[in-house]
Design a protein around this ligand. Structure first.
Ligand code: UAG
Ligand code: ATP
Ligand code: API
Ligand code: MG
Length: 485
């Protein structure tokens, strides 16, 4: 039980109707989940507005309502708190409700278009190896120490997020590494959190359905760094065109990493193989089990953050050489007749290009690269033709298929992708809507030594079609197809 006035700490309140000295036994932003003597926070969404459900929340037992617009008729036994920004108030009140757990461990957030999951996963594994108790909030899953909590979002809603942080504190975690998505920044899921550091990976085309313009997308990412305080570090990618902008207005301690430009943390790729690469990192040689220039950036970000979190260089490097990346990222399998299969979560034009360039650099004797690729439904439509064009440019053959069509028509998504393919390349492209059949077809096209890249779904264990989730696992389907050969 916590008193309402304590939940409101740090929230600019415009008006209160009713009693502030009431105990609140539950906090919710979904009227359907409100509990007796609970507090309901009305937030405007993309599909509907929580303000429409204030009565429903009261009928469910809410005794406190926090909102931006007061209802025309207020009830005597209910406390109404009016604020200017209820999404911000939700974040802060969720932190207060759970005892501000982000102040009781060191929380590091990672934002950027690609690489967030990889960086936080590597940080989680690294700090475990360095002997700490650690929490993780990621697209693949959340971890409270060793305990797995399924992830519904890349960055959970403020209630789920603070509840998990609270559990991490209870479990004795010293650190938590979390992904900060641009949706979470705009929707203020991270309001009220205290970050010990923030990391920027990169920014390229994605989510323009939500942010509308690339400038708005940049602005969203930058807001995260603007919100860091002077005790935190802000670590940015010096080689990214927008890396400097991220640090422009932050109060945090600014640091950079990069392979090309001048930076505080520098690295060079010396050797690359399918199972890892040799890096020259901050004056030392280190073998890591990840592949590709893009992963050299991820490793550098992790190394820099570990130094900024006061860890010792040699211990970091030794631990780094013994850890693997996140599930479903550049995951390699070889068929019995020597076809190399790679499952990867590339679902943006930049990621597809990076992975295919890496494969192109690693391949021997110009063996063929066959890419299986789809694009998600109910997501950025503008990236579809671009992803297809990139796949075609860097592959010998492409099988266009479905990713998660969600509520969209799979054939329409495929057509949107096909529109990006130059006429003279069309003969190398096949479209097969059924993802299982597409993967099988790619494997049948492959000769020994060829490489089949299955991109876009990585670790995901489902496919969402017409709003329904079906079991689906790219790796299992790929291995099954290999076994048929
Ligand atoms: C686009 C987006 O981010 N949507 C999120 C948003 O939903 P919404 O805006 O549609 O909400 P809404 O349905 O309009 O409802 C508005 C409010 O009314 C309330 N309500 C609604 C109905 C009712 O009966 N009673 C009631 O109180 C709702 O609880 C809500 O507070 O708020 C919901 C509650 O927190 C989220 O679950 C939902 O995530 C959806 C499922 C989603 O798919 N989000 C994706 C795009 C997302 O967030 N992705 C990023 C990662 C992106 C990346 O970098 O790759 C992520 O962090 O996961
Ligand atoms: N630093 C990077 N730069 C560019 N591409 C990358 C980088 N790291 C990973 N990738 C590519 O992006 C894909 C997704 O990587 P990862 O899951 O780490 O990113 P993410 O930012 O967490 O994505 P999401 O937005 O879905 O949470 C990888 O499978 C790989 O193809
Ligand atoms: N976090 C990303 C993941 C996309 C993964 C891809 N498989 C898809 O479904 O589009 C999103 O929700 O946009
Ligand atoms: Mg992620």
């Amino acid at each position: 039980m916590i008193e309402l006035k304590d939940i409101l700490h740090g929230i600019p309140v415009r008006q209160v109707i009713g009693n502030l000295n009431v105990a609140v036994s539950d906090l919710n932003f979904d009227s359907r989940k409100v509990m007796p003597n609970g507090m309901f926070v009305a937030v405007a969404g993309l599909h509907t507005d929580g303000h429409q459900y204030i009565d429903a929340a009261i009928n469910q037992g809410a005794t406190v309502v926090l909102c931006e617009q007061l209802p025309e008729i207020t009830k005597d036994d209910i406390t109404y708190v009016q604020v200017d920004d209820s999404a911000f108030a939700l974040g802060v009140s969720a932190s207060n409700y759970f005892g501000n757990p982000s102040r009781k461990l060191r929380l590091v957030g990672v934002t950027g278009t690609n690489g967030k999951t990889t960086i936080v996963t590597l940080l989680y594994k690294l700090f475990r190896k360095l002997g700490y108790e650690v929490g993780l909030l990621s697209t693949v899953h959340n971890l409270v120490g060793d305990r797995v909590v399924a992830a519904t979002h890349t960055t959970p809603d403020p209630l789920a997020l603070n509840k998990l942080l609270h559990e991490m504190v209870d479990a004795g975690c010293d650190y938590c590494f979390m992904e900060v998505s641009s949706h979470a920044i705009v929707q203020q899921r991270i309001a009220g959190l205290n970050f010990a550091g923030g990391i920027f990976s990169n920014i390229t085309h994605d989510h323009l359905d939500f942010h509308k313009t690339f400038d708005e997308y940049i602005k969203a990412k930058k807001t995260f760094f603007d919100g860091l305080d002077r005790f935190a570090f802000a670590l940015s990618n010096a080689d990214d065109k927008h890396g400097a902008v991220m640090l422009q207005n932050t109060f945090a301690h600014k640091k950079t990493y990069g392979l090309k430009h001048m930076a505080d943390f520098k690295a060079k790729v010396i050797e690359s193989h399918f199972d890892g690469m040799l890096l020259y990192l901050d004056g030392q040689e280190v073998w890591v089990k990840l592949v590709g220039n893009f992963n050299a950036y991820n490793i550098l970000a992790v190394y820099g953050a570990a130094i900024l979190l006061e860890q010792e260089t040699m211990k970091i490097l030794t631990a780094l050489s013994n850890i693997t990346g996140a599930e479903g990222r550049f995951d390699t399998t070889i068929s019995k007749n020597g076809v190399i299969g790679i499952v990867d979560y590339a679902h943006t034009p930049d990621a597809v290009q990076n992975v295919l360039e890496t494969i192109g650099d690693l391949r021997k004797n110009k063996v063929h690269i066959i890419t299986v690729l789809g694009c998600g439904g109910d997501r950025d439509k503008a990236k579809r033709p671009v992803m297809a064009a990139v796949a075609v440019k860097y592959s010998d053959k492409v099988v266009i298929t479905s990713d998660n069509p969600r509520t969209e028509d799979p054939m329409q998504i495929i057509q949107d992708m096909e529109s990006g393919i130059p006429q003279d390349k069309k003969r190398n492209v096949f479209s097969i809507a059924d993802r299982r059949e597409a993967i099988r077809a790619a494997c049948h096209l492959a000769q020994p030594g060829d490489i089949v890249l299955v991109a876009g779904k990585g670790h995901e264990k489902y496919q969402e079609i017409k709003g329904q989730r079906y079991d689906f696992d790219d790796k299992a389907v790929l291995v099954g197809a290999f076994n048929e050969q």
